[in-house]
Design a protein around this ligand. Sequence first.
Ligand code: SAH
Ligand code: SF4
Length: 431
Amino acid sequence: MTEPQHRELLGLSNEQLAELVESFAQAPYRLRQLLDGLYRQRWPRLDQFTTLPVSFRRQLADAGYAVGLPAIEKKFVSSDGTVRYLFAFSDCQSVETVWMPDGDGGEAGDGSDSGDEELAEISLGGVILSEASKGSAVEGSLSSTSPVRRHPERGSASNRVEGPALSGNRRLATGNLSRTRATLCVSSQVGCAVDCKFCMTALLGLHRNLASGEIVGQVLAVLNDQQVEIDRDRINLVFMGQGEPFLNYDNFMQAVRMLVTEAGIPASRMTVSTSGIVPRIADFGAEEIRPKLAVSLNASNEALRTAVMPITKKWTIEKLLAALRDFPLRNRERLTFEYVLLGGLNDSPSHARELVDLIRGLRAKVNLIALNPGPEIPFSMPEPDRVLAFQTVLTNAGIPTFLRRPRGRDIYAACGQLKHTTELVSLQKPQ
Ligand code: SAH
Ligand code: SF4
């Protein structure tokens, strides 16, 4: 497993960029201009950094620096509007990033601003409430028109698009403003070593960690392609793509810091999901800038979890829950437990009761995810009435419980389906 050589500006921290500016004998204020070009303007090429003197741009280029936005190799568009991006890096490794207009319902009820907005929408039966119009419901409208952009060259019309015609993003109309709202699912590693038995990414094994610039780069490249204006649009980030973020902790956290402080995406609109890398949970709790925490529990007892998530042998449910009890939640914040329902295996009312006992006392919500099927995944989807019965047990016990809507299953973009899939074979129900 070799890490590629990076001279990519997106991979550098503020301190490293400041050193770079100094090493080329440039005035300190050039740092701000460099950061602005990278993260606010999101310019893909150094020659577009017109705020910087030509001499500085040449110094950077001569020293081998480039912006480092990853190339969009392929784009698959689902019938539900979800877009799966396949990004290729310089060493030919690739990962996927998913754009979900409207999110998937997993954002609801987590005590954050964005979660509360989702909750308001759910309780209003799908009517979309925009921030600016709280108190007076405004129906979201589907529109394929994009607002005028400062950078028309960013769109990727030349990229290959697979699947049905591009469907419009959900935009919130408030007066004469039109705001995109979407959730972006970001990868942290190429493949994954954790070996969960229901997940297609596990079948890849771990190819390598992503550099922080490659994590940041996925986000910025999709924001460009979707013509997002951060100050206007409502974008949530979930670090739930390929990989286990807490096994690439330092690069992941550096990417988070740059996305918050420089790209301007609030940490309260970000969630990271872990399979339960216990020592990193305490480190994460001590971070000044951090996303919200989600934990993939997926089973209600030790034997069941060990069978579907062998990592449980290393970090038991007991150790995991002990770390979560110590986790310093912020004002109104809740932990999220994710629970993938596997038909006939972990989806009975008695499993739900066992889960209630397990997480009792934690300030948490539960997101239920019906298994997303895939070739070589030896489990079946749960029956819809079992899903509802499971949810009822939890909500009756006072645990806020939400169903995550499958997004982009037809293009292998849903949870657990990311596996460099370039051929879209039809999904058969496993035997
Ligand atoms: N590695 C991290 C984050 C990526 S996986 C983690 O495991 O938490 C994101 C979520 O997808 C996890 O909650 C995982 O349990 C879920 N998932 C994996 N495979 C799935 C599948 N086939 N169907 C539905 N959800 C799945
Ligand atoms: Fe890795 Fe998460 Fe998939 Fe498990 S569910 S194999 S931790 S990506």
